[in-house]
Write a protein that binds this ligand. Structure first.
Ligand code: NDP
Length: 330
């Protein structure tokens, strides 16, 4: 068996040298425990935050200990009455090929309902984030303009499609022409902006959103947020969901101050954490699964093969190598 530990806290951009692979001895589950084999590992931008030694909504990773993230696993042996060998489960698990676990806080998943990988994306935390943040803060009305950054990613691509279901004009911001073409063709976005080739984002947003931005779903923060704020309408809602453009910065950059524009536009800017809304996960998943079945919701996955490529897959999130949910298949 193998595990991946945090070797040292990354400085700036994470690199493969920040992780270490270790051989571990195989373990036998005791009474109440289960033996799990990892099948799909979710790599997520927020893990970068947990690699810093600072206070947050979730405790930092410890140097020398395994990284953990959401993982789909198969139960190989069970001494726990709630699970049987052969069951598939999802939970916050260590980056290990196999592990013994208490069996607590694991959710059984059914590959007959949806492919196992979907439980880490469209029917998992990223789909839930898109759905619940729009529900709690977005307050989308038909005919409004919804702008989303990170638009070809796991959260962003679901956000755009929910916007279309709600009758909005949807514009996406992403990092390549291929991604822009893809979100229009596959997900029905009305328009898109490649932020990597656009010099004047304020102007590009103004052109793509001639009636102004009513809801901005922000996955990236930084200069794209600054440019968007200059294009918001009266009573706009700005959802601070993610800020990947600053996750690797050693110093937080300053930008134009937002308060003037928020006052002038009576706009709402609100942070969102999906884990604050766990009570609503089940009903939200039901809605997302319904849209999937009706063909109103589609999704992409970028699947990297091999446990040994887990750190690389994580690092590639910051290089935009993924379209849709980035996963590692063991
Ligand atoms: P994605 O699938 O969107 O992957 C990350 C994407 O971010 C990349 O594909 C890349 O696409 C883009 N990106 C990377 N660096 C930059 C940069 N410097 N500027 C702009 N874009 C960049 O990841 P997720 O869907 O999992 O997450 C999206 C955001 O939502 C993240 O910020 C994440 O932290 C946040 N999040 C928040 C949650 C919450 O509860 N608040 C829960 C889940 C996610 P491109 O090619 O377009 O650059």
């Amino acid at each position: 068996e193998k595990q991946i530990i945090l070797k040292n806290r990354p400085k700036g951009e994470p690199s493969e040298a920040d992780f270490e692979f270790q051989e571990i001895e195989s373990q036998e589950p005791k009474a109440g425990q289960v033996l799990l084999e990892s099948i799909f590992i979710s790599v997520d931008p927020y893990l970068r935050g947990r690699m810093r030694d600072e206070e947050s909504y979730i405790e930092p990773f410890e140097v020398g200990k395994p990284i953990e993230s959401m993982i789909v696993a198969k139960v190989l042996k069970s001494h726990n009455p709630t699970l049987e060998a052969g069951d598939h489960v999802i939970g916050m698990l260590d980056w290990k090929t196999k592990q013994v676990h208490s069996g607590e806080n694991l959710r059984k998943i059914d590959s007959a309902v949806a492919p196992l990988s979907a439980y880490l994306g469209v029917l998992g935390l990223t789909g839930l984030t898109a759905f619940l943040a729009l529900d709690k803060i977005g307050d989308l009305k038909s005919g409004e303009t919804l702008l989303v950054s990170g638009a070809a990613g796991a959260v962003g691509s679901v956000v755009g499609q929910i916007g279309k279901i709600k009758g909005c004009k949807v514009v996406g911001i992403a990092g390549s022409d291929e991604k822009i073409q893809h979100i229009k063709e596959k997900f029905g976005f009305d328009d898109g902006i490649n932020y990597k080739t656009t010099k004047d984002m304020k102007k590009a947003i103004e052109e793509a959103c001639p009636e102004g931005v009513d809801v901005y779903f922000d996955n990236v923060g930084g200069e794209i947020l600054d440019a968007t704020l200059q294009n918001i309408n009266k009573a706009a809602r700005i959802i601070n969901c993610g800020a990947i453009s600053i996750y690797n910065k050693t110093e937080i950059p300053t930008g134009p101050r937002p308060e003037g524009i928020l006052i002038k536009k009576s706009a709402l800017m609100q942070g969102f954490l999906v884990r604050d809304h766990m009570a609503e996960f089940e009903s939200a998943i039901k809605q997302l699964a319904g849209w999937l079945q009706e063909g109103k919701l589609k999704y992409d996955e970028t699947i990297v093969n091999g446990f040994e490529n887990t750190p690389k897959a994580f690092i590639q999130l910051f290089e935009g190598k993924n379209t849709g949910k980035m996963l590692v298949k063991i």
